[in-house]
Design a protein around this ligand. Structure first.
Ligand code: NI
Length: 175
């Protein structure tokens, strides 16, 4: 197991639509997933897409139930996920590990149904609600080359990018 480096905005790999996973039951895939999970928990974050660790592959890990103090994990792996249904729009305060220290209010669906493949390539569907549903929308956006800031008004998006640049400059000058 290894911690991977999380790619930060505005890296081009975050803007490219990812390629479907075609090799299943593959030890390399299993290693990548366990490294991504370890990286997500260490960050800590609710989800992580493969392009956030620099690999343009349609794959994400999510744990919408994990609480650090309780230590209980419920890791979910979504290979080649596609959202089939979305309903019940709600406001949501959203953040992203590729844009650290920032959040903004977006509109997301409180309920989604996703089709995906498991490690063996078996096609599955899952209906999700609440944080898991929002995380699925956030991660499938990543896999399509989109970020949550793209869902804001252009003014709010610009302000957030300015804030992000300022924070990055402060971080670099304090190192
Ligand atoms: Ni993200």
């Amino acid at each position: 197991m290894a911690l991977l480096e999380i790619v930060k905005f505005p890296a081009p790999v975050l803007r490219k639509k990812t390629k479907p996973v075609t090799h299943f039951s593959d030890p390399k895939l299993e290693t990548l997933i366990s490294d991504m999970a370890q990286t997500m928990y260490a960050a800590p974050g609710v989800g992580l897409a493969a392009n956030q660790v620099g690999l343009s592959l349609r794959l994400a890990v999510i744990d919408a139930d994990w609480k650090e103090e309780e230590g209980k994990k419920n890791l979910r792996v979504f290979i080649n996920p596609i959202l089939l249904e979305k309903s019940d729009p709600v406001p949501f305060e959203e953040g992203c590990l590729s844009l650290p220290s920032l959040t903004a209010q977006t509109r997301r669906f409180n309920k989604v149904t996703v089709q995906y493949q498991d490690l063996q390539g078996t096609i599955k569907t899952l209906s999700a609600e609440g944080l898991l549903a929002v995380a699925l929308q956030h991660e499938t956006d990543h896999l399509d080359g989109k970020l949550y800031i793209d869902r804001l008004s252009s003014l709010k998006k610009e302000l957030l990018i300015k804030k992000f640049k300022k924070l990055s400059e402060e971080r670099n000058s304090s190192q």
